[in-house]
Design a protein around this ligand. Structure first.
Ligand SMILES: Nc1ncnc2c1ncn2[C@@H]1O[C@H](COP(=O)(O)OP(=O)(O)O)[C@@H](O)[C@H]1O
Ligand SMILES: Cc1cn([C@H]2C[C@H](O)[C@@H](COP(=O)(O)O)O2)c(=O)[nH]c1=O
Ligand SMILES: [Zn+2]
Length: 193
C-alpha cells in the first residue's frame, strides 16, 4: 500500500512559568533525552543572560548543558545546521519578536523546537514575545514554583529591588516566586519609576 510520503513533522514546544518554576530543568531534561535518542541538538541562549555561565544553559540548581550565546533571533537561524534535529532555546523572553518566525520556520523545516521562557514580567504583564510563541506552539507546558510567602504553587516573579525596567537580569538576590495572592506587583517604591 502506498503511504503518505515521508516528510519529517516539526513542532514547537514551549515551557513557561515564573522564575524558579523549573523551566530550565525541564528544558535540560528534554535536551538530554533527545541526545540519548541520538538526535542532533543545538542549544541557544540570549547573550544578555550571563548570570551563571556565558556558554552554558544553567539552572538555579547548577545543572547545565552547553549552549551558544547569541544576540538576536536571526543569529539562531543562521547557526542552525542542516543536520540538526532539535533546537533548544532558553530565556526566550529576552529575544526580539523575530524569534516567533524563526521557531515557526524551523518547525516547518521539520525540526523540533523547544523554547523556555517567562510568561510574565515583574508586574505580572505578558512578557513579549512569549505570548506569540505560545500561540504558534503545538504544546505549552506551564510549570510552577513554590510561593516564597505561603508555600502554594507560584505563578509570578516578585521583584525585590527597586528597579522599574522590564529587563533586569538576576536571581534569588533580586526575585522570588509568589502565587497570585501573595504577589505584590507595586512593591517597587513609586519614586523609583
Ligand atoms: N521558590 C522556589 N520554588 C521552586 N524551586 C525553587 C524555588 N527557589 C529555588 N528553587 C530551585 O530552583 C530550581 C529550578 O530552577 P530552574 O529550572 O533554573 O528554574 P527556572 O528556569 O524556571 O527559573 C528548583 O529545582 C529548586 O531547586
Ligand atoms: C520577572 C522578570 C525577570 N527578569 C529576568 C530575571 C532573570 O535573569 C530572567 C529569568 O530567569 P529564570 O531562568 O526564569 O529564573 O529574567 C527580567 O528581566 N524582567 C522581569 O520582569
Ligand atoms: Zn503565596
Amino acid at each position: 500500500m502506498r503511504g503518505v510520503p515521508a516528510r519529517p513533522t516539526g513542532s514547537v514546544e514551549v515551557i513557561t512559568g515564573s522564575m524558579f518554576s523549573g523551566k530550565t530543568e525541564e528544558l535540560i531534561r528534554r535536551i538530554k533525552r533527545a541526545i540519548l535518542a541520538r538526535q542532533r541538538v543545538q542549544a541557544f541562549k540570549p547573550r544578555i543572560d550571563d548570570r551563571y555561565d556565558a556558554h552554558r544553559i544553567v539552572s538555579h540548581e547548577a545543572v547545565s548543558v552547553e549552549a551558544v550565546a547569541v544576540g538576536t533571533s536571526a543569529s539562531i537561524e543562521e547557526r542552525v545546521l542542516d543536520e540538526t534535529d532539535v533546537v533548544a532555546i532558553d530565556e526566550a523572553q529576552f529575544f526580539d519578536r523575530g524569534i516567533v518566525e524563526v521557531c515557526d520556520k524551523l518547525a516547518n523545516r521539520g525540526l523540533r523546537v523547544i523554547a523556555a521562557g517567562l510568561d510574565q514580567d515583574y508586574l505580572g504583564r505578558p512578557f513579549p514575545p512569549m505570548p506569540e510563541l505560545m500561540a504558534i506552539a503545538e504544546e505549552v507546558t506551564k510549570v510552577h514554583a513554590v510561593c516564597a510567602v505561603c508555600g502554594g504553587p507560584a505563578s509570578r516573579s516578585q521583584r525585590l529591588i527597586p528597579q522599574a525596567t522590564t529587563v533586569l537580569v538576576g536571581g534569588a538576590e533580586s526575585y522570588e516566586a509568589r502565587c497570585r495572592g501573595c504577589f505584590e506587583p507595586r512593591d517597587v517604591p513609586r519614586t523609583e519609576f
